[in-house]
Design a protein around this ligand. Structure first.
Ligand code: AKG
Length: 382
């Protein structure tokens, strides 16, 4: 609850006191830019109708008061009054210390290790995800994907392309040179090592794309071959562990770009230049790109740092392959798993012999999933 408002810095800002004496400052220009009135924001779609050039500069707050939990300010030279809901201001306050530690995580994310096996987020495709009216189950599963970057699915139909119906429940397929979806099974002349029976170490998919797909779904239709188990590992936890063990190694992998490339048969040549550990400018850990199959020669690391860079790259790989870091399972037909491909790496043991193994895979994006989740959460709150 907003209690008091006081002009500060000669009207450049206002100091608000909330319940329990919590104080937050807001700049006048920020308040004007974020005014909620119908001339500033469209009541139909919430989009801003003005640009910064429409806001006079310099701008000064000439009066500030609190009425019924709302802040009311008058601004010069416009001479207009603007009203802000106190709860909205509290939720959007920015007056706090910036995070001190590099590699911090969004509040929704929780890192994990092998112990996640006991509580691996799982939903039933037919009963929870594609069934109408199962919004609570779907919301919980999507929230788990946001938290852990991985979710398993069971109980799906054994139909070619069934994975597309799953993605349609929360977002949109990202079509690539592999198609809307692709077959993951042994091929005679494979365009990708994933389409063989070879084991694959932990990797994120398609790091050679810019942007890389942010979600990947792998859906099992047959799995009677020996081997072919999947393993998932939290790249954020691995990066945190590297930072604890070797802060300089962490900074090297975050501070220099690696290069990734895929030259397919015919006319495909995909290239990207991005760090293996990606931090936002304020130090938030926002992405992992790690894939030995498609790492290209690194040419952006100075000679003086290359040996240490390789040592950190090697160590990150060892951490990712450590048994205590990952969760292993064998998909049964009708089962699938969805990973946040900017964070969670997946691996496969080799398979051969009698029986068959047939998975289908596709890509999608996290923004669609988070949008669906945000709407379900808003509905659940009434
Ligand atoms: C991929 O398609 O990205 C894979 O890693 C294949 C995984 C599998 O075959 O289980």
């Amino acid at each position: 609850m907003l209690e008091t408002a006081e002009l500060i810095d000669h009207g450049q800002a206002v100091l608000l006191t909330f319940q329990q004496g919590e104080r937050r400052r807001f700049h006048g220009v920020w308040l004007r830019d974020n005014a909620q009135d119908a001339a500033t924001r469209s009541p139909d779609n919430g989009q801003r109708l003005i640009s910064l050039a429409d806001i006079p500069a310099p701008l000064r707050l000439t009066e500030a008061r609190v009425d019924a939990g709302c802040l009311i300010v008058t601004m010069a030279p416009e001479g207009r009054e603007f009203t802000y809901d106190g709860v909205w201001l509290w939720q959007h306050a920015y007056d706090r210390e910036p995070p001190a530690r590099r590699g911090w995580l969004d509040a929704h994310a929780e890192t994990w290790d092998a112990s996640l096996a006991e509580r691996l987020p799982t939903a039933d495709i037919t009963a929870d995800i594609t069934a109408l009216g199962r919004d609570d189950a779907k919301r919980r599963w999507l929230a788990d994907i946001r938290r852990y970057g991985i979710g398993k699915l069971t109980g799906g139909p054994l139909e070619d392309g069934a994975l597309l119906d799953v993605v349609a429940q929360f977002g949109f397929v990202r079509e690539t040179n592999y198609g809307r979806y692709f077959e993951v099974r042994s091929e005679i002349a494979p365009t990708n090592l994933a389409f063989t029976g070879l084991g694959l170490p932990a990797h994120t998919d398609n790091p050679y794309r810019d942007p890389a797909p942010t979600l990947q779904l792998l859906y099992c239709l047959e799995n009677s071959a020996t081997g072919g188990d999947n393993r998932v590992v939290d790249g954020f936890r691995a990066a945190q562990r590297l930072r604890e063990e070797d802060p300089r190694g962490f900074e090297l992998l975050a501070g220099y770009c690696a290069r990734f490339e895929y030259r397919g048969l015919g006319d495909v040549c995909l290239q990207a230049r991005r760090p293996m550990i990606e931090l936002a400018p304020d130090g938030e850990l926002i992405g992992i790109r790690f894939n030995n199959r498609s790492a290209a020669p690194f040419t952006d690391i100075p000679f003086a740092d290359m040996a240490a860079y390789y040592a950190a790259y090697r160590r990150l790989g060892e951490i990712l392959e450590s048994p205590e870091m990952g969760v292993t399972f064998k998909l049964a037909p009708g089962e699938a798993f969805l990973v946040d491909n900017t964070r969670v790496l997946h691996a496969r043991t080799g398979y051969s012999g009698e029986g068959s193994r047939w998975l289908q895979g596709c890509y999608a994006d996290r923004d669609g999933l988070l949008s669906t989740l945000a709407c379900l959460e808003a509905d659940a709150q009434g």
